[in-house]
Design a protein around this ligand. Structure first.
Ligand code: ADP
Ligand code: ZN
Length: 528
């Protein structure tokens, strides 16, 4: 039964058991909640599924007044409010999707003290009218969800969040709690400064998700590789497949369906109603696989997602961690699977070159991509690399591909020199630039209409790389790009040298490469 309009709980433990039906707190929840109930500020870094919501919901049920929750996820506010109302919490939201009658009711409830929690979109708080309105009621606390969005260096910056720095000045006596599931050291520091949380207590949980097995494979035929992976390990399981473009999303969902996987496409180009139905099927039916652009999944609480697959390279480690983090919230074994290849590097470097915004912005995108590439190319434990990125040292995990099947490194200096000198010769002797395909044909001495037309068989490097296969050379190019010896230029992705390449050509620097596993040799049985 709904509680009386003015009821508050005497203690956090009472709210936990009466409202949420749990008998104990998890991790540092109890300390975080005490800190906020006592009127102090808190910064909470906790992985997805760690239980961040209770950290502001319970203080809002104990402290006098209404907890104001700032969340960028407008689409989810209705769901969050419904879930809270269902357990007797007096919750509501204010956002642009409401009509004025609904908004009026929420405002009256707030002013008469009949709300425990009020969700608002960040842009509302930059308006003076909203602030004056909030002043007329009693604010129990401010919860700033997805707090990494205030960081300009982060992967998910939202300008509206900058206005939240004023909360401290305007309401110095109201406790504030900032929460996020992805923050590097730099982002953690930046959000602390920007949100004026210098006096806050910081609660940093381990970002490790030990039940997620991380695997990154070379990409040859992504759809077939994906199908083989699902058939071998996740037949009938719920999962999410991420791709960058709508077209790839559509084609991949179609391919999976034709091969007996219950897959549905999801991207921003589909109409709202269809997207809502797809989302609710994913939540309610068993074994639905969603193929989506990154627009899918933020804030969706489905505990038994058994795998998250990427068939295109994520743009940052933060994004990769956040997306793979949607697997295995129930703690059971799950897989984060990524297929990545040369084309991903070329394409993403080009997207960065063409992206709007100033040099600093492009540098940031580049740094994010470089970190992601380093994770892909590492010969050591993926988890160690991932956690180190978030400033958390750890030991090799035994539950990632590089731990389970350590990749073999080889001295790729000679191969690199062959390739780099081909690039140099083409430019110096012919004033020509080419992409990876043509360079590899030259190195392998492969006669094609294009090599004949340009008489590339006259080059000194013609055929000097016949010892490596086409696939191996593509691996070499990809790794040289990832390690910064090569760069791409222009819309055709032609390859150019970097300063580091000169060192390799001069013999002053060696190049360590990882062996390409033989793959694509086993297409999914029965795939059409
Ligand atoms: P986050 O926001 O950090 O991703 P949630 O707040 O959504 O995590 O919590 C994840 C899940 O764990 C939810 O289903 C929530 O009800 C559950 N949960 C949180 N705290 C506890 C607890 N103390 N005991 C049992 N379950 C909890
Ligand atoms: Zn490992």
């Amino acid at each position: 039964a709904p509680r009386r309009a003015t009821a508050k709980f005497a203690t956090a433990a009472e709210a936990l058991s009466t409202v949420f039906g749990y008998d104990s707190f998890r991790g540092e929840q109890a300390q975080i909640i005490d800190q906020v109930i006592g009127g102090g500020d808190a910064v909470v870094l906790m992985p997805t599924g760690g239980g961040k919501s209770l950290c502001y919901q319970i203080p809002s049920l104990v402290r006098e007044g209404t907890g104001i929750v700032i969340s960028p996820l407008i689409a989810l506010m209705q769901d969050q409010v419904d879930a809270l109302t269902a357990v007797g919490v007096r919750a509501a939201f204010l956002n642009s999707s409401q009509d004025s009658a609904a908004r009026g009711q929420v405002e009256r409830d707030y002013l008469s003290g009949d709300l425990d929690l009020l969700y608002v979109a960040p842009e509302r708080l930059s308006s003076e009218a909203t602030k004056r309105f909030l002043d007329r009621g009693t604010i129990a606390l401010f919860a700033i969800d997805e707090a990494h969005c205030v960081s300009q260096w982060g992967h998910d910056f939202r300008p509206d969040y900058l206005a939240l720095s004023e909360l401290a000045d305007r309401w110095p006596d109201v406790p504030r709690i900032a929460l996020t599931a992805t923050a590097t050291d730099a982002t953690h520091r930046e959000l602390t400064t920007r949100l004026q949380l210098g006096q806050a207590r910081h609660f940093v949980a381990s970002f490790d998700r030990p039940n997620i097995q991380y695997r990154i494979v070379g990409k040859a035929e992504p759809r077939k590789q994906l199908l083989a992976f699902i058939r071998a390990e996740h037949q009938g399981d719920a999962g999410i497949v991420y791709a960058l473009s709508r077209k790839t999303v559509e084609q991949t969902a179609e391919f999976l369906r034709q091969n007996g996987v219950n897959a549905l496409p999801y991207h921003a180009g589909l109409d709202q109603g269809l997207r809502a139905r797809t989302q609710s099927r994913f939540l309610r039916e068993d074994g639905v696989v969603i193929v989506a652009t990154i627009a899918f999944g933020m804030g969706i609480d489905k505990p038994d997602v058994r795998f998250v697959a990427h068939i295109d390279l994520p743009k940052s480690v933060e994004g990769y961690y956040q997306e793979t983090g949607r697997a295995g919230r129930d703690g059971l074994p799950s897989t984060g699977w990524l297929a990545y290849g040369l084309q991903d590097v070329v394409q993403q470097r080009r997207m960065i070159d063409e992206s709007p915004g100033d040099l600093a912005h492009r540098r940031k995108l580049s740094a994010h991509l470089d970190a992601m590439l380093a994770l892909c190319e590492t010969v050591s434990c993926r988890r160690v690399n991932l956690l180190r990125y978030f400033g958390q040292p750890s030991e090799p995990c035994g539950n990632c591909d590089t731990c389970l099947e350590p990749p073999v490194g080889w001295d790729g200096t000679m191969a690199a020199q062959k390739l780099l000198s081909t690039v140099v010769r083409l430019l110096r002797e012919r004033n020509q630039r080419f992409g990876a395909g043509q360079l590899i044909d030259i190195l392998r001495g492969k006669v094609t209409p294009r090599t004949t037309q340009h008489s590339h068989d006259q080059l000194a490097t013609w055929g000097i790389g016949a010892d490596l296969s086409d696939q191996q050379w593509r691996g070499v190019v990809r790794q040289l790009l990832a390690q910064g010896f090569l760069a791409t230029s222009g819309e055709y992705g032609t390859l150019v040298l970097t300063d580091a390449a000169a060192e390799v050509l001069a013999g002053r620097r060696t190049v360590e490469l990882r062996t390409e596993p033989e793959r694509a040799a086993r297409p999914a049985a029965g795939a059409r």
